[in-house]
Write a protein that binds this ligand. Structure first.
Ligand SMILES: C[S@@+](CC[C@H](N)C(=O)[O-])C[C@H]1O[C@@H](n2cnc3c(N)ncnc32)[C@H](O)[C@@H]1O
Length: 218
């Protein structure tokens, strides 16, 4: 099978350290993570298993356990993010109910979980099709993502911001090691999720620029 293009782990080691510090101060590393948690909780986290793909510092996984999930698993390309997630889990007393592993969510074998979420991850990976296929196959009940809005004024704004960021990543190639950000077509993403047997139960914008979508098995 042809392997999808795989970006090098990069800036996200450093990014996860900042995100972990914010999570220690505020509970979650970013407001969007709080919104994602609320949306997942409405579909039911209690007594469920949760998979946080591209978990970063792990605060979505940890927040799910704090809201009653039995167990949460996090996977991330960046080894530094996994180290952050593990230490945050230990600080919160959730080591027994969480596991964090370095790996590529698009190709790694993923055990089935009740709830699967990709929070700000689709925009960091070129092969959205393989990431969707592998993670959807591991979803029993609820699937959720946040990603940059791709249509309208905010879509244009996001594409310009991402183009500028990518110029910066190119200029600092040594540090960012080939990393590029993406504004994927979310209509195509939603069609893929629906074709896998899910229906949308939540759709909202966070801070104007992010789309938050939640699906349940139809
Ligand atoms: C912008 S950060 C978001 C981290 C976290 N989800 C959050 O919202 O705080 C994107 C994360 O996705 C990870 N990532 C990107 N593509 C991935 C993939 N295919 N498999 C696993 N992790 C991935 C990156 O390493 C990075 O830590």
């Amino acid at each position: 099978m042809e392997q999808p293009e795989r970006p090098e782990p990069c800036c996200f080691d450093e990014w996860a350290v900042h995100s972990g510090s914010r999570a220690r101060r505020r509970g979650v590393g970013a407001p969007i993570t709080g919104r994602m948690l609320e949306a997942l909780d409405r579909q039911g986290l209690e007594s469920r298993t949760m998979l946080d793909v591209g978990c970063g510092a792990g605060d979505l996984a940890l927040g799910s356990v704090a809201r009653g999930a039995d167990h949460a698993t996090g996977i991330d390309l960046a080894g530094g993010a996994i180290a952050q997630a593990r230490s945050l889990a230990a600080e919160r007393g959730f080591t027994d109910r969480t596991s964090f592993t370095a790996g590529d969510g698009a190709v790694a074998p993923l055990a089935p979980h009740d709830v699967v979420a990709l929070n700000r991850v689709l925009c960091c990976y070129p092969s959205v099709e393989s990431l969707l296929a592998n993670t959807l196959a591991a979803t029993r009940a609820v699937y959720a993502y946040t990603a940059p809005v791709h249509v309208g004024f905010m879509g244009r704004f996001n594409r310009i911001s991402v183009a500028i960021s990518n110029m910066w990543f190119r200029l600092r190639e040594k540090k960012f090691r080939g990393f590029r950000a993406f504004v994927h077509d979310l209509d195509a993403v939603d069609r893929t999720i629906e074709a896998a047997g899910f229906r949308r139960v939540h759709d909202s914008r966070v801070r104007g620029v992010w789309q938050l979508a939640v699906f349940t098995r139809a």
